[in-house]
Design a protein. Structure first.
Length: 113
């Protein structure tokens, strides 16, 4: 089983930037797709961005052009670079390895107006 640990969240003003990191255990990291999801209070958990094992990416419409997902297989880490943050980006962000069913514990991102 893959264990995932997120870091890098916090409070930022609108227009600012944050970078989330997700460190994964296990030897299969480089062979599996990874994703970032988020869940705002009272809302469902939605996909933010996904990166395949080969580096292909896709994004939610709401973040395309502002967020960038990347991975470093040598460090077993996936990143989410978030720029031009908006108050509506406020949520708990989760790292996910869909093919092994693992979730991180979640990390809070709060964007103040």
């Amino acid at each position: 089983q893959v264990q995932l640990v997120e870091s890098g969240g916090g409070l930022v003003q609108a227009g600012g930037s944050l970078r989330l990191s997700c460190a994964a255990s296990g030897s299969i990291f480089s062979r599996t797709a990874m994703g970032w999801y988020r869940q705002a209070p009272g809302k469902q958990r939605d996909l933010v961005a996904r990166i395949g094992s080969g580096g292909s990416t896709n994004y939610a419409d709401s973040v395309r052009g502002r967020f960038t997902i990347s991975r470093d297989n040598a460090k077993n880490t996936v990143y989410l670079e978030m720029n031009s943050l908006k108050p509506e980006d406020t949520a708990v962000y989760y790292c996910h390895a869909p093919f092994v069913g693992s979730w991180g514990q979640g990390i809070q991102v709060t964007v103040s107006s």
